[in-house]
Design a protein around this ligand. Structure first.
Ligand code: AHG
Ligand code: MN
Ligand code: MN
Length: 335
């Protein structure tokens, strides 16, 4: 990367004018996420050297074992956002309820809420495979200066004002959108600065990668089974290649660059799907659409689903436009 590349800080400053009535609050918020991501990145890179791998000994509200790094990343992101006083509320995968920030302060003018999966793909930590962070930002709908309520978090995904993810991988990247396309920044670890490395990211309209946990195949809906068989069929540009990391942010990132589809359908074990609508599917769906891709539950656009609970799960199909539309055709025909 040459030093001609813009830094993330420069990019944020230059693009601030794109927001009407901007007060710089959203820019500060992205800056805080950038900072927290660097701290978490440092810790993730120590995995194996210090005692941070393995289970923390607790489960989250969804009954999943928390890893030490889940707890650590959750703590860093929440403390960074609270201490820098730039949000009015936070929802996290690792917290039972939403967090109200500064409800006592009547002058508190912050208007954004953040929803976050602090460490995505955490079962990959112990084996040195990429993990990530996923975040989503909304403007609150209740009046400024009052404590946030559940309604501020249960907004349809189409109302997001920003969303992004960080991948702690072979290199560390932060990819985000504020509704004006998608840009990717790579961390130069020697100097701790993110540089714009992937401007205007877009999903190829078509692709040849499908990403799904095929161990669950027998439990999938008929439409998904038929679509997987379609992907495997020997014809023209098929069979497609199967690639599944088990870390949504990383699987999504590869598919956005190379062209592909990611699926986490419902199954007997997970009758509503596994992935969480508010801090996994919605942010990824917003990024996908901004990158000319698509995201659906098989029938409905993810961004149009009205959430009813914080930790709601949803079937998720996301990626190159033509591939997602093909999967939807199979869902309609066979399910
Ligand atoms: P998390 O680590 O935040 O709980 O998310 C894991 C998610 C997602 O990132 C990944 O694609 C999927 O769960 C993997 O699930 P399976 O192991 O069931 O395939
Ligand atoms: Mn996750
Ligand atoms: Mn997680």
């Amino acid at each position: 990367m040459s030093f001609k590349n813009k830094t993330l800080g420069e990019f944020i400053n230059e693009n601030q004018h794109a927001f009407k009535y901007t007060t710089g609050e959203l820019s500060s918020l992205i800056n805080s996420i950038r900072l927290a991501a660097k701290v978490v990145n440092h810790e993730v890179n120590q995995a194996g050297l210090v005692d941070i791998t393995g289970a923390a000994g607790d489960t989250n509200i969804q009954g999943e074992d928390q890893q030490k790094l889940d707890v650590y990343a959750n703590d860093i992101f929440i403390r960074t956002l609270i201490n820098r006083n730039i949000v009015c509320g936070i929802t996290s995968e690792e917290e039972d309820d939403f967090i109200v920030v500064n409800s006592q302060d009547e002058n508190h003018q912050n208007k954004y809420v953040v929803l976050i999966d602090p460490l995505d793909g955490s079962s990959n930590i112990d084996v040195n495979v990429s993990v990530g962070t996923i975040f989503s930002v909304y403007r609150r709908i209740t009046p400024i200066g009052t404590p946030v309520t559940m309604d501020d978090f249960l907004q349809e995904g189409r109302h997001q004002v920003a969303a992004g993810y960080v991948i702690y991988g072979t290199s560390t990247m932060l990819v985000y959108t504020t509704g004006h396309g998608v840009n990717g920044f790579t961390l130069n670890p020697a100097i701790g600065t993110f540089y714009l490395s992937h401007p205007d990211m877009e999903f190829p309209e078509d692709g040849n990668i499908y990403s799904v946990n095929e161990g669950n195949y027998l439990e999938f809906p008929e439409g998904i089974k038929k679509y997987i068989k379609y992907c495997q069929k020997l014809e023209e540009d098929r069979p497609y290649t199967s690639r599944y990391i088990g870390s949504l942010a990383s699987d999504f990132h590869r598919n956005m660059i190379k062209g592909g589809i990611y699926m986490y359908p419902k199954s007997t074990k997970n009758p509503k799907g596994k992935l969480r609508l508010l801090y996994e599917c919605n942010p990824m769906a917003f990024i996908a659409e901004q990158a000319k891709g698509k995201a659906s539950d098989g029938y409905t656009r993810i961004l149009d689903i009205k959430p009813t609970e914080l930790h709601q799960r949803v079937p998720f199909i996301c990626g190159s436009k033509n591939m997602v539309e093909k999967a939807e055709e199979f869902m309609k025909e066979f399910s």
